[in-house]
Design a protein around this ligand. Structure first.
Ligand code: UDP
Length: 398
């Protein structure tokens, strides 16, 4: 019976694997001969960044936890590769599914491919074109050795085609993160501080910040928080603080103007998306949050210069504001003036993505995956096209 490995390591992975596991289990329940092994690398390990998501999203306990813990990117990459290679040598799987763009995604793709276990990348093909983002390196390395690409957008398909990936390895299926959002809508719930902070529908902002470009310099971070506090006109700004950002904030002095910010722990998925759904707008540098805001129809101000998710800007409610704090005020003025775009939902972000992925996997397994000698066509045409292009959307300098 074929064995499929599903890899998860960090917060943004959990909402992407939950519906795939549900779809696999639904097929197994009707007698389809499949097995899966859920492997948690332990890249994120504390309850608020990992454990709580398993219970809230109904993800079963991992079959294996590599428990790599914290470390430099290279230390984590090495430890994950060693741990996953050991798992594959103990029992080889027939397919390794990696999701998203975290260190675990890249490390497990490498370990699998070295042992000639086919790799499927869910959310393959997206590119920001910004090599200062660790995630962009993870995406490029992973996609260079991926056999089967499950894509979220036409721009991802175009990136892959331009890099010479044969059409029969690209499966435009939609967005598993949105499967989870739509599946969870009825269960979203207010966080414990909802009344304490006197929050009400459309009368507060949500803020998330964790990209190195925004949080690794204390001066930049403080300047951005001041701009946010000043530009949001006294509305409460709920700020679930990512561990990386918290480390930086511990060493800074915040001026009194930032008292509109409500610093809270990273929220559970159900609480965070309740906040997002009811917010006046979200200010963020997260990738996943721009997708959720688009589907929830909530204005989204992204504090980045590029995005690997151009559909959230071209179709959705997202706008790239850039990383200069001065650019935030005019954008917020437009928001307060009621001029924010309404947005549309991108194609195939419909809640059925994981079912489509599992249907493709069943067909691929039945047809004998390795028969096509994956990889060769990709390398040849990528060389002739000069490598990986970028379809990043850039912000308007304002
Ligand atoms: N999220 C959450 N609690 C929070 C902040 C974010 O559950 O306090 C969820 C959010 O809804 C989205 C995911 O975490 O599903 C995004 O993860 P993150 O911003 O860490 O990663 P990125 O998408 O930028 O890679």
């Amino acid at each position: 019976m074929p064995l499929i490995d599903i890899i998860a390591g960090a917060r943004p992975n959990f909402m992407k694997i939950a519906p795939i596991i549900r779809a696999l289990e639904a097929r197994m329940a009707v007698g389809v001969a499949l097995r899966y092994r859920l492997i948690h690398t332990g890249q994120h390990y504390d309850a608020c960044m990992s454990g709580d998501f398993f219970s809230q999203l109904g993800i079963p306990a991992p079959h294996l936890n590599l428990e790599v813990g914290s470390g430099t990117p290279a230390e984590q990459t090495g430890a994950i590769m060693v741990g996953y290679e050991r798992a594959l040598l103990t029992e080889r799987s027939d397919l390794c599914i990696v999701v998203g763009d975290v260190t675990s995604t890249m490390a497990c793709a490498i370990a699998a491919q070295k042992l000639r276990v086919p790799v499927a990348h869910v959310e393959g093909g997206i590119r920001s074109g910004d090599w200062s983002m660790p995630e962009e390196i993870n995406r490029m390395v992973t996609d260079a050795i991926t056999d089967y690409f499950f894509t979220t957008s036409e721009s991802a398909n175009v990136n892959l085609r331009n890099a010479g990936v044969p059409e029969d390895r690209i499966f435009f299926v939609g967005n598993t993160m949105i499967d989870t959002l739509l599946h969870s809508l009825a269960r979203l719930r207010p966080p414990a501080f909802w009344n304490e902070f006197k929050l009400s529908e459309r009368c507060f902002f949500v803020l998330t910040l964790h990209r190195p470009a925004n949080v690794d310099s204390a001066d930049r971070l403080v300047a951005m928080l001041i701009a946010i506090a000043e530009g949001t006109r006294g509305f409460p700004v709920v700020f679930p603080v990512h561990p990386r950002t918290r480390n930086k904030l511990e060493s800074v002095h915040l001026p009194a103007v930032t008292s509109a910010l409500r610093f809270v722990e990273p929220q559970g998925y159900l609480e965070f998306n309740y906040l997002l759904k009811n917010a006046k707008a979200v200010i963020t540098d997260s990738g996943g949050v721009t997708e959720e805001a688009t589907v929830l129809g909530v204005p989204c101000l992204t504090l980045r210069d590029t995005t690997e998710r151009p559909e959230t800007v071209e179709l959705g409610t997202n706008e790239l504001i850039g990383t200069n704090p001065a650019a935030l005020r005019p954008a917020l003025e437009r928001l307060f003036a009621g001029g924010w775009k309404k947005g549309r939902i991108p194609p195939l972000w419909d809640g059925g993505t994981s079912r489509r992925i599992v249907a493709h996997i069943e067909r691929l397994l039945a047809s004998g995956m390795r028969d096509h000698a994956p990889g060769e066509g990709i390398r040849q045409s990528a060389e002739s096209s000069g490598g990986w292009p970028s379809a990043a959307v850039h912000s308007n300098p304002r």
